[in-house]
Each structure stands twice: as C-alpha cells, then as structure tokens.
Design a protein around this ligand. Structure first.
Ligand code: IMP
Ligand code: MG
Length: 180
C-alpha cells in the first residue's frame, strides 16, 4: 500500500446509542430463549467487544466460545474462501447457538460459518450482528438480531478495525482515507 494522507473519523453511532441498543437486543434474546441456555459464539476479533457487552445483558444461563476465520481475497474484498484459524473449544451439539458478528457485509464469511456450524448439530442457530450493510450483500444471509442498519460506508470502532487499529473507539465512526 502506498503512502496515504490523513485518516478522518466521523461519529456515526454514539456510545450511548450503542449501549441502549445492545441492551434491547439482549432483552429480545432473553425473551426468545426464556428458560433455556444460550451459547454465544463470537467471530474474532471484531465481535469481541459487542459480545462482551451483549452477554452481560442477557438474563439466561449462558456460555461463550470464539472462532477465528480468515477470508482470502484480493485487497480488502472478501472472496468467500474462508479458512478457520481458531476453532471452537467445545462441542455445540444440542445447544442454542447464537453466532455473534461485528458486521454483516457481503455475507460471504457468515454463509461459510453457518454451514460449518450447522454440520455440528446445534439445537438452533441464530445470528446476532451489531451492524448490517444490506446494500453490500452477495449471499442471502439475514441477521436475526441486528443492532443497526447502516449505509455503505467503511466504519471502525467498538471492535471494528482498519488494519487492526481503532477497535478501541467507544463510538462507531466512519473512516475516510484522504488521498495524499
Ligand atoms: P463479509 O460479510 O464476508 O463481507 O465480511 C464481514 C467482515 O468484513 C466483518 O466481520 C468485518 O471484519 C469486515 N468488514 C466489513 N465491513 C467492514 C467495515 O465497514 N469496517 C470494518 N470491517 C468491515
Ligand atoms: Mg476485520
């Protein structure tokens, strides 16, 4: 990558709005699975902050695990060829699984993950995504629990990165790269 000019951050979703919405999503999950256990699987690394906040607002018997995947593609685009870098620690057979993602973009990564996880015979399988960019969808993947639907902008913060940076921002921000 060549030299770049300044990176500009503009707040898209404030911390307070994220907190409120995460609580609402968690309450919805609590209602939907009343009296049952849910097993949250976070897709590393982007989902780690969303999952951490979400699970603390779910008022059920819970357990968590993580999976890490890499997608091969030219440049920044996801190719749909996905490789598992870190697999689950334990069996999910018979569990109510909620796959937790930072953002649903093309859907290529999630459609692969859904296939992998479905093969392991969970009792049920749902998707929770903090953000959804439906305009970018290539595969017909639908989030069951979506925090916010956003326009086709590149965002960082609250777990989302640009080259591993900015995951620590408390707000979700639009990142603009100015040419130098
Ligand atoms: P896809 O749905 O297979 O295209 O890939 C989704 C993954 O791409 C997410 O888990 C993110 O890691 C990454 N991604 C997609 N859009 C953004 C964005 O706007 N900011 C940061 N990462 C993104
Ligand atoms: Mg990423």
């Amino acid at each position: 990558m060549g030299a770049r000019g300044p990176e500009t951050l503009k707040v898209l979703i404030r911390r307070s709005a994220i907190q409120k919405r995460v609580r609402e999503v968690a309450h919805q999950i609590t209602r939907d699975f009343k009296g049952q256990r849910v097993h949250l699987i976070g897709v590393l690394k982007g989902a780690c902050i969303f999952l951490s906040d979400l699970v603390r607002e779910i008022n059920l018997d819970t357990s968590i695990d993580f999976i890490a995947v890499s997608s091969y593609g030219k440049g920044k685009e996801s190719s749909g060829q996905v490789r598992v870098l870190k697999d689950l620690d334990s069996s999910i057979e018979g569990l109510n699984v909620i796959l937790v993602e930072d953002i649903l973009d093309t859907g290529l990564t999630l459609s692969y993950l859904l296939r992998v996880i479905e093969q392991r015979k969970p009792k049920s399988l749902r998707i929770a995504a903090l953000l959804d960019k439906p305009s970018r969808r290539v595969k017909p993947v639908k989030g069951d629990y979506v925090g916010f639907t956003i326009p086709n902008e590149f965002v960082v913060g609250y777990g989302l990165d640009y080259g591993e940076r900015y995951r620590n921002l408390k707000d979700v921000c639009v990142l603009t790269l100015s040419p130098d």
